[in-house]
Design a protein around this ligand. Structure first.
Ligand code: GLA
Length: 378
């Protein structure tokens, strides 16, 4: 227990323990920095942090899973050198920018959301500290802004120019509900998600993605380049969300073929999220599943954020008659998310394990998805 480890490490009890989850996303990938829709939900895995105010200006942080400790001042102009500590430091700084008087604290944290698997371990880490610091220092920052604190931490201290989906889901998650977020208006709606007769399951390729490795940021730049070209003719286009395929055709001669492919994927994906929401209201899981496969194809061929292992698992899902399957999250590794009929579940999992092992020498990890609550004090 994080609480007990805190006591052992610092010799006093923590003031409190906070938790914040990772997330899944049913559909709407690489749409959140394009002003479009996402459809995530928080999961039953995340980060847990025990914290005690220490009355100084120093943060002493212990990463339980890595058995590493660091110390920094919230006023240090330079972030600490440990990768994980940059997240905590970044959150402190971003809360400070929003007028919160962040003082020193001792903290120990641990997580059970796999790292680099596309389930947003980093958003869970940011959100747990944003949420706790807000409570401990009477920040009065609203929940949406807490999500933005996490996103700004990625932008300013980690170098990933991510959208808002992961931090939003981690803060706003609600048990049994997916959330459709419009990232242009920031309006959101909870959708109870309990697909009778189906299971939602993640298969982890165990290929670790490295979002920061610039490929993610390049995708974003491609989208922005296409928007800039479109806006010359259509000044109302601020995001790819505002565009359609006809506008894309108009600018094909002015943007690179690669950038055009990226935009084609995003424009298609916007429509797919809307299709899925409508289908869910009708209980039409067949359509939900078809759109998931289409997303996978788009992410693999047009957006080029899949990898051989993800494509392999997607093919197995098709062969097994799984209703829907696709790469989830940023891509370049991590998990597929699969919508599977109860009756096919066991066969699918054993086939996927067997075939993946025969090809790559190890079995994919299997995670049943349990849609859970967002950031909270325990
Ligand atoms: C990562 C980012 C999100 C989002 C997804 C892709 O998880 O952090 O903002 O862009 O990739 O949908």
């Amino acid at each position: 227990m994080v609480k007990d480890i805190f006591l052992e490490k610092f010799g006093v009890a923590a003031d409190g323990v906070w938790a914040s989850p990772g997330r899944v996303n049913l559909i709407g990938e690489h749409t959140d920095y394009n002003g479009s829709f996402v459809f995530p939900g928080a999961i039953d895995k995340g980060m847990t942090a025990a914290i005690r105010l220490n009355g100084t200006d120093r943060v002493r942080a212990y990463a339980i899973d890595l058995d590493e400790t660091t110390e920094f001042s919230v006023d240090d102009p330079q972030p600490p050198k440990e990768g994980w500590a940059k997240y905590i430091y970044g959150v402190c700084r971003e809360m400070g920018k929003r007028g919160v008087k962040v003082g020193g604290f001792d903290t120990a944290f641990s997580g059970d959301v796999p790292l680099g698997a596309g389930m947003s371990s980093s958003a869970a880490l940011e959100s747990v500290y944003a949420f706790a610091i807000n409570e401990l220092f009477d920040g009065g920052v609203d929940k949406m802004e807490l999500a933005r604190v996490g996103q700004a931490t990625e932008h300013n201290y980690v170098g990933v120019m991510c959208g808002i989906m992961d931090q939003f889901a981690s803060v706003f998650g609600k048990r049994g509900n997916l959330i459709r977020l419009d990232t242009r208006s920031m309006e959101y709606e909870y959708f109870p998600f309990d697909p009778k007769g189906y299971k939602l399951v993640l298969l982890d390729t165990l290929v670790k993605h490295e979002l920061a490795s610039s490929a993610y940021n390049q995708r974003r730049q491609s989208c922005e380049a296409v928007v800039a070209a479109m806006a010359k003719r259509h000044p109302e286009v601020k995001f790819l969300r505002d565009a359609d395929m006809a506008m894309l055709d108009e600018v094909r001669g002015e943007v690179s073929a690669e950038d055009a492919m990226r935009a084609e994927y995003v424009i298609g994906e916007t429509q797919r999220v809307l299709d899925v929401c409508e289908a869910l209201e009708r209980g039409d899981y067949q359509t939900v599943g078809e759109r998931m496969y289409q997303t996978h194809d788009g992410m693999s061929r047009l957006y080029e954020v899949s990898c051989e292992e993800l494509d392999f698992l997607n093919d197995i899902a098709r062969e097994c008659g799984v209703t829907g399957s696709r790469v989830m999250g940023g891509g370049f590794g991590g998990c597929t998310i699969n919508l599977v009929k109860d009756g096919l579940y066991d066969g699918f999992i054993s086939t996927a394990k067997e075939k993946y092992k025969a090809k790559y020498g190890k079995e994919p990890k299997v995670y049943d998805v349990v849609i859970s609550d967002g950031a909270r004090r325990l």
